[in-house]
Design a protein around this ligand. Structure first.
Ligand SMILES: [Zn+2]
Ligand SMILES: [Zn+2]
Length: 250
């Protein structure tokens, strides 16, 4: 699996960091996790064609994680896009209702006609995605928030927290993961309920035995702070600060 960080930021507009978005490429699939601000232009820059990419995994329905959902469906109506294959969208409870409501507002402009839009709601469990296995794990953030874990047939695993506070399910999500992409919204001195600090990421990663950690979903308050040191006080493995368009092999 190859992970490319499309956006390492949040809903806060930033010239440094796009909104949350992650591309996972494996076995011909181009899976996109979350559709934050700037995700679509980054995909275009990487040469990922809208005709073929997918599935899309949505961690939760906060606007920073679905910001470009309408833009994507509108772009897919463009005559130059010849997509025929279904587009699968997988997320927690509420995703179907959201898509339906957006389509009621925007009408035919975001209702695909040439391909099927398949929206799946998951509350947990495993789903095969091509050669990969996807596990969805409910986490502590909003009602319906889920984290994702992708496992290759050869056993390598990538965990993505979406947004979450500390909870036993998050430890389970990152258990023995080869790479854990974890939200790290604010530094240790500015803990906000529903989000993680670097120290909390470190503790969760240690408890779960994650082999490498990427700190992402970084609010501007994180800039200039030694997040690696804060996380490293509680975790012995590699700590990587996410940057937009950074690629990592899992
Ligand atoms: Zn967020
Ligand atoms: Zn959120």
């Amino acid at each position: 699996m190859k992970l490319t960080i499309l956006g390492s930021g949040t809903g806060f507009p930033s010239s440094l960091r796009g909104g949350p978005g992650y591309l996972v490429q494996s076995g011909g699939q181009a899976i996109v996790m979350d559709l934050g601000m700037g995700t679509l232009s980054k995909l275009h820059g990487l040469g990922i064609p809208l005709d073929h990419f997918g599935p899309i995994l949505i961690s939760h329905l906060h606007p920073d994680h679905i910001a470009e959902l309408v833009s994507l469906l509108f772009a897919l109506k463009n005559i130059v896009i010849s997509r025929k294959i279904p587009l699968r969208m997988i997320g927690g409870p509420g995703l179907k209702g959201l898509v339906t409501q957006l389509q009621e507002v925007h009408g035919g402009w975001i209702r695909p006609e040439r391909f099927a839009l398949q929206v799946h709601e998951v509350a947990g469990g495993e789903i095969p995605l091509g050669e990969l296995t996807l596990r969805a794990v409910p986490l502590l953030h909003t009602k319906g928030s889920i984290g994702f874990r992708l496992t290759a047939p050869t056993g390598e695993s990538l965990a993505y927290s979406g947004d979450s506070d500390t909870c036993p399910a998050l430890v389970d999500l990152v258990r023995d993961a080869d790479l854990a992409v974890m939200e790290c919204s604010f530094p240790d001195t500015q803990k906000k309920e529903g989000h993680l600090t670097p120290s909390e990421v470190g503790r969760v990663a240690t408890e779960g035995g994650a082999k490498r950690v990427v700190l992402s979903h970084l609010y501007p308050e994180c800039e200039g702070v030694d997040l690696v040191a804060q996380c490293g006080r509680h975790y012995q493995g590699d700590v990587i600060i996410a940057r937009d368009l950074m690629s990592l092999t899992v």
